[in-house]
Design a protein around this ligand. Sequence first.
Ligand SMILES: Cc1ncc(COP(=O)(O)O)c(C=O)c1O
Length: 335
Amino acid sequence: MIDLRSDTVTRPSQAMLAAMTRAETGDDVWGDDPTVLRLQARVAEEAGKEAGLFFPSGTQSNLAALMAHCARGDEYIVGQAAHTYKYEGGGAAVLGSIQPQPLDNAEDGTIALERIAAAIKPIDDHFARTRLLALENTIGGKVLPAAYVAEATQLARSRGLSTHLDGARVFNAAVASGQPLKALAEGFDSVSICFSKGLGAPVGSVLVGNRALIDTAHRWRKVLGGGMRQSGVLAAACLYAFDHNVARLADDHANAARLAAGLSQVGEVKVMSQATNMVFVQFPQMHCAPLEAWLKERGILTQMLYAARFVTHLDVSAADIDTFVEAVKAYFASR
Ligand SMILES: Cc1ncc(COP(=O)(O)O)c(C=O)c1O
């Protein structure tokens, strides 16, 4: 199958599986899994932060971070399109008693600074306490402009807010923009980084920040059921991904550009955006379900339910992109 639904669908390679079977392990709840400790230290160092903490998922890493920054009745400012707000089951509110203050994202993924400033509540018993600004990079595949990130985090700091970055795909941002991870993490008190997206690990995210914040997140991770035992097996996959699968993200970006260029030749298709490894497309609504079925019959998995988004990753080749584009052309030619 050619699977363009997400970059989360990648399967561990033989070499990654071999690294996992070789992993030295211990009981990480007791803090003595050497492979987990190595991963945490390495990610923290590369991100320019004091400490790291391994999580089974990006959702849990984001949630533990929000809970470490905000107490019950506090509020975080977040984009309407942000994963932590829109796609994590409302966890901040449900499990953290944290009120989200969502604001519109502009086309480029930014949230207007004046809107952020206006949304910060005065200290008054009528209001939740605004504690945190959360951004996402990449967002919808787009790399946030570096100058914007610097201004937004500076604004937050100047108003006494802490800052969190959902960096699920921050390595895509690094490869696309040429900025090192450290530069992308600068200005944020915490960053959640996923290894199970384009980097191809089966599981795993690392939250980085200062020691005190990570200690607090460690407690919330346990409360959320994320304390794992011989998780060095999983951390080994992340270390393998770190060593082998970062630079090659450039291939995914090139394949996404190839996909966008191919689809833009199809009259019925409107390519809305392409950035890093994601392509957003509009098809006439009546074609969405039949096209998805047509593609599936030809071994191509897509999802066009709430947005036609195609995502490239290490299990998709340039030839697969051409097969996909040809199948879309054949579908419209057959109508
Ligand atoms: C931007 C972003 N943040 C966080 C997550 C959550 O990661 P996980 O699926 O590991 O919980 C995702 C998942 O796709 C994501 O796209």
